[in-house]
Each structure stands twice: as structure tokens, then as C-alpha cells.
Write a protein that binds this ligand. Sequence first.
Ligand code: IPD
Ligand code: CA
Ligand code: CA
Length: 280
Amino acid sequence: MSVDVPASRELAGIAELAARATGDRLRTAFRSRPEVDLKRDIHDPVTVHDRAAEETIREVLAEHTPGSVVVGEEGGVGGGDGGDGDLRWFVDPIDGTANFAVGLPFFCVSIGAAMGGELVAGVVYDPVRDDMFTASLGGATCNGEPIHSRGATRDENAVLVTGYPNAREMHRRGEESLRSFGSLVNAFATVRRPGSAALTLAHVAAGWADVAYGTSVNAWDVAAAVLLVRQAGGTYLPLDGEPGGSDWEAPGYLACVGGFDLGGSAIAEVAGLVNAGEPA
Ligand code: IPD
Ligand code: CA
Ligand code: CA
């Protein structure tokens, strides 16, 4: 089933409703130092607010798109019992939980929608600043105003935002990943590690950061942001995905503002694009 622009805008509006419904809870809980549980390891925190926010989002999505499938970070796969069964929502109730849990104001709610193998809508909501980034097949906006992914064209003028290297890379590639990180610190004007893939990508979409690189992400981290970056005129390259897999299911990404010289960038080598012979 294909989705036209009005239907895509409608889905984006539903995602906005669902994201906003978590706003009061997240703002109230923020800087209360909530208790932290660990999932896979010490680098993977979760709070009661992650789970409660996802519940809220699921309720809103079920009310407005009955029968759609929801793939959520905390609750797994749910729904899909008829109705809009081809519609899949990818939900990260808090992207940047480590920041949220201590009181650093860089986290967001991320909700993306796919239908027939295509991304059709997505929102990234920053409840601290009350910034709503919205993507539909009709374009990308922040708080209703169109956004354009434009900025630096070369490393020496650019701000790179990345979580690289994370603990997994350190385990896999040890010192080599630190050397790669060093090459980025030298090549780029500025390198930052703010800790939310979705919000970082939304900032690239808005032209508030130039380049973003990440590894070890899940569909709920990036589904909304892939559409945001592309609809805003930026570039999103999935990395290390399965052949024939969806872009938002690939575990890595390299994104940049439109017009950035990726081929001449130090990040191309670190991301493995140079050896793969792309980009041109
Ligand atoms: C994490 C953040 C982080 C990224 C990780 C994600 P979470 O999500 O987006 O920036 O580097 O790969 O898992 O755990 O805060 O939802
Ligand atoms: Ca996440
Ligand atoms: Ca999360």
C-alpha cells in the first residue's frame, strides 16, 4: 500500500500527538535523578520513565491507527491485529537516556512510521526545548517551520557529532578506534559527543550540526531521523546493513548536510566508505 503526501502528513500529526503526550512526564521527571536500571551492560541504562513514556505513545498510536504494528525499544513488537497492519511504528521513548537520567538536557522522543517498505512519517521531539521536528513526504519542519539541511562543506569548517568510539568498538578495535577518533578530532573544526543519535540527526536536518556518524543503532533510534534528514535535503547513508535491508535497520549511519564534501572528509575513511569505493 502506498502513502500519498496528505496521508503521510496525517501520520506525522499522529506521531506528534504521541510524542507530545509524553512531554509533561519527561519534563517533570527530568533532573529528579530517577533510579537507573541496566539492560545489556553498564552502558545501557533505563528508567521507569522510559517504560511509562513508551506506554503512553503506544496508547496514542493504537487509538489513532488501530491494528498498526509498534516496534518499541522497551516493549518490543506489539499490535498488528488487523486494521492498519502494514503500518509499522518505530518508537524510542527516550533517546539519550543516560543524559535524561543525570540531568543533561540532550534527549528526545523518536517515532518513525514505515509502510510498504518505505518511511512515510517521523518525529523527533525535544521536550526540554519543546522542539518538534517533523518529517512527512511533504517535507521537514521544526515547530511548523521548514528546515533545510545546509551548513559547512568541508571538515575544517564543520562540526562532527558522534558517539564513536563506543565501548563495543573499543572492545573490537581497541587502540585503532582511538587513533581513528584522533584523526577526526584533528580534521574537523569541532567534534562533539552529546549522546542522542535521533536528536543529533534532527540537528543535522536543521543545519545546526554538519555531520553525524554513529554505529550500533536500532531502527527506533533512526527511523524518524532518516526521513527528517532526507526531506530537509541532507544525506543519510546507512552503514553495515544486510543486503536488501531497510536503511533504518542498518546498524550504522553517516549523515551530513546537503553539499558537504563527504568524499574529501576524514569521516569517509573511518566509516569505511573510502575502501568500499564510495562516495565519489
Ligand atoms: C542510544 C543513544 C546514543 C547512541 C546509542 C543508542 P538510548 O540510545 O542514541 O547516542 O550512540 O547507540 O543506543 O539507549 O539512549 O535510547
Ligand atoms: Ca535510543
Ligand atoms: Ca531509548
